[in-house]
Design a protein around this ligand. Structure first.
Ligand SMILES: Nc1nc2c(ncn2[C@@H]2O[C@H](COP(=O)(O)OP(=O)(O)OP(=O)(O)O)[C@@H](O)[C@H]2O)c(=O)[nH]1
Ligand SMILES: [Mg+2]
Length: 315
């Protein structure tokens, strides 16, 4: 199951404490103050990766800590800085902090600082002066607050495959990309979005079938409409097998409209699927009625190539 929403807590490293220490040796029993500063605590970063299943790692482990800074040492040695912690999450993740700020990871490799480590405290060497040659002052390292983080994944696909259940969406995804998603002759075979990458690098998202009332939460589609909201184009699959392809087309259009104006106004390519099931004359007639740009069938390689070429040109 694709995990697309998690809540976690982050604790950046605490700064190391400054040290109070006086140098002594056989010849200088009263050497000066030489307590060093503490090291800084480690930062916590988010790093964007292309693996969309990466939020899975947060299903059980929810609390993450970067390393604390080391304590200051004698001889004015600064403590070690804490090791930074990098958490890999899929690009397309929207990170919300408890103060309401939101940041989005938009490209693979992007790194953002999620929680800054605490500064190390000052050792007594720092406080020495002409008037205070034996300072005992020091400060403790700063302890950064725990941050509550909410991460939500919005898939960034170029192309969204939508349509009623059983409309060949997943079958076409499998044909056009190296995806190997489950296909079956019943409604709601697809329960979670499938992603596939075309030869040219374009990413296709295939979401569960939409039904009437999807925009009100009926069926499975609603939860996933947000995933296709940001695709560049929609491929609306209408099955030639249906008794009324025009009605099928309109049901889905209505749901897009009810869901959001963004989806309603997105560029759409209508594809009449399973074209092998009807004769050419009927295919032409239905295609005209629903404004289909193409009729395709998974057993007709030529039609698949036409679809692939059309999508590659558009993206
Ligand atoms: N004859 C024929 N059957 C097809 C074609 N494409 C898909 N099918 C069959 O139609 C059924 C549904 O295909 P899927 O790809 O699972 O459809 P879907 O739109 O992803 O369905 P949901 O995931 O339930 O929304 C399967 O039994 C496929 O084998 C086609 O081009 N021709
Ligand atoms: Mg499917």
């Amino acid at each position: 199951m694709l995990v697309d929403e998690v809540k976690i807590t982050l604790q950046a490293g605490k700064g190391g404490d400054g040290l109070v220490h006086f140098y002594t040796d056989r010849w200088r029993p009263k050497g000066g103050p030489d307590g060093g500063n503490g090291g800084d605590g480690g930062n916590v970063y988010f790093r964007a990766v292309s693996d969309i299943s990466r939020l899975h790692q947060f299903r059980h482990q929810k609390n993450f800590e970067a390393q604390d800074g080391g304590k200051g040492g004698p001889n004015n040695c600064t403590g070690k800085n804490g090791v930074d912690l990098y958490l890999d999450i899929p690009y397309g993740s929207v990170i919300s902090y408890d103060n309401g700020t939101q940041v989005e990871l938009e490209t693979v490799g992007q790194i953002i600082l999620a929680s800054k480590g605490g500064r190390g405290g000052k050792g007594n060497h720092h406080y020495r002066s002409a008037t205070n040659q034996t300072p005992k002052e020091h400060t403790t390292g700063f302890s950064p607050p725990v941050k509550n983080i909410h991460i939500k994944l919005k898939l960034i696909a170029d192309i969204g495959f939508i349509g009623l259940p059983n409309a060949s969406k997943t079958s076409l995804l499998n044909e056009l990309t190296s995806a190997n998603a489950q296909v079956a002759n019943y409604a709601f075979t697809t329960l979670e979005p499938n992603l596939g990458v075309m030869k040219g690098g374009q990413i296709i998202a295939d979401i569960p079938g939409l039904i009437e009332g999807a925009s009100d939460g009926k069926g499975l589609g609603y939860k996933f409409l947000k995933h296709v909201e940001r695709t560049k184009i929609l491929v609306h699959c209408v099955s030639a097998e249906s008794a009324d392809p025009v009605a099928d087309y309109q049901v889905v259009r209505q749901e897009l409209k009810n869901y959001s104006s963004v989806l309603d106004s997105k560029t759409e390519i209508v594809v009449l699927t399973k074209s092998d099931l009807l004769d050419q004359k009927d295919i032409k007639k239905i295609s005209k009625k629903i404004g289909a740009a193409l009729a395709v069938s998974i057993v007709d390689d030529k039609s698949l190539k036409s679809l692939s070429d059309m999508l590659s040109k558009l993206i």
